[in-house]
Write a protein that binds this ligand. Structure first.
Ligand code: SF4
Ligand code: SF4
Length: 249
């Protein structure tokens, strides 16, 4: 799997399922096998993942990224041994950090829910002009970035206000419920054969519904720099199939 495919959610999920640390091995920067340079995405995810871990009181050293090409077997073995030793020294997740099982579970769940929105925040506000390891280090060590991420992790809604909003076009929604089932915070009101409506008071602007709505339908609109239309009244949300006009004899 391309290292760029290792989603932030996978990192958190691995820890929630009992891993004491996670290492990502990616191809060397600048040697991506595709045109996507996914290893830079993996690098950004690693920076974000470490911030999330710190936020819930876990040692950021429990996450690591290393560049290893397919031909570097010895390097791979050395790095894995080193990482295993480091994690063994740190001990079970949460123990050295003084987190009991409940606090650990609650912390991982809370940051896990922030992942979709954090990805949007990173896409909108944390980009480098020319990709390089130094540029990412500089970006994530920048005071403004640290403040932005601290503010986000403390209160995602405070940062969400600056992000694009999402709106379901009542003319296009077919009530398939896909977005409703994918929204990480149950922020969409709807049901079978019902026009769905986003609860703008709780929406965290994560954009999951935008990507979830099938492209052939495209009912979720991304809104920037314009007011969000008011929700369609409840009594008008039922989707009634229009009858085909009867054929003339
Ligand atoms: S309504 Fe859409 S944008 Fe808002 S939190 Fe749910 S999935 Fe994310
Ligand atoms: S995925 Fe699209 S069509 Fe389906 S309920 Fe959501 S907005 Fe409507």
């Amino acid at each position: 799997m391309c290292s760029g495919r290792v989603d932030l959610a996978f990192l958190i999920r691995a820890l929630a399922h009992g891993a004491d640390g996670v290492i990502i091995g990616g191809c060397w920067l600048g040697e991506c096998h595709y045109v996507t340079e996914g290893n830079y995405d993996a690098l950004a995810n690693m920076h974000l993942g470490k911030k999330m871990l710190e936020h819930i009181g876990l040692k950021p050293e429990r996450l690591r990224i290393e560049w290893i090409s397919a031909s570097e077997g010895t390097r791979f073995a050395e790095i894995m041994t080193d990482f295993s030793n480091e994690i063994r020294d740190l001990g079970p997740l949460g123990e050295i950090e003084g987190l009991d099982a409940d606090a650990l579970k609650a912390g991982l769940e809370s940051v896990g829910k922030m992942v979709p929105q954090l990805k949007i925040l990173a896409r909108e506000k944390l980009q480098v002009q020319v990709k390089s390891e130094e540029a990412y280090t500089k970006l994530f060590e920048n005071e403004k970035t640290i403040q932005l991420l601290d503010d986000f992790l403390a209160d995602p809604a405070s940062v969400a206000e600056d992000l694009p909003a999402y709106y379901i076009d009542p003319e296009l929604c077919v009530g398939c419920q896909i977005c409703l089932n994918k929204c990480p915070i149950q922020g969409i009101d709807g049901g079978k054969k019902t026009i769905h409506v986003i609860d703008q008071d709780v929406c965290t602007h994560c954009g999951t519904c935008f990507h979830a709505c099938p492209p052939r339908i495209g009912a979720v609109r991304r809104i920037t720099n314009e007011p969000i239309p008011p929700p369609i009244p409840e009594e008008e949300r039922a989707i009634v199939k229009k009858k085909k006009p009867a054929k003339q004899p």
